[in-house]
Design a protein around this ligand. Structure first.
Ligand SMILES: [Zn+2]
Length: 128
């Protein structure tokens, strides 16, 4: 990881937080937010975030762009989704994710906090 790598470098002016080994840089944009999230290699939502968040599954919707790395998403019905950069990402609430491979995954996201599902007009849960 080089500090000269713009996908990983510190973001001046962003609100930086680290939760469960995951780095978040957040910038406000009107009613919404632009976020860069860096998930380290070896990250597993159930191991690293479940205890912090306190829910069985990640209940956030995610809309954005996977700029680096690989993520596997699992829904409670057994469906899986393999995401590999570069790839657009649209995830309904109610999933778990893990980083695949030896490099961190970098996700650029847009959200409206608790209103993300309604503002994007997403399904409130995974179904088909
Ligand atoms: Zn399914």
């Amino acid at each position: 990881m080089s500090v000269n790598d713009p996908l990983l470098a510190p973001m001046p002016g962003a609100d930086h937080r680290e939760v469960g080994g995951v780095q978040h840089d957040v910038v406000r944009a009107g009613d919404g937010r632009v976020k860069r999230t860096i998930y380290p290699a070896g990250f597993q939502w159930q191991s690293h975030m479940k205890g912090v968040v306190g829910t069985e599954l990640c209940m956030h919707a995610h809309v954005g762009f996977l700029a680096r790395g690989r993520i596997q998403i699992r829904y409670p019905d057994g469906c899986t989704l393999d995401l590999t950069a570069p790839q657009a990402v649209v995830l309904e609430p109610g999933h778990v994710g893990s980083v695949v491979g030896s490099e961190p995954a970098v996700l650029i996201e847009f959200d409206f906090e608790k209103d993300t599902v309604s503002r994007f007009g997403l399904a409130g849960a995974h179904r088909h």
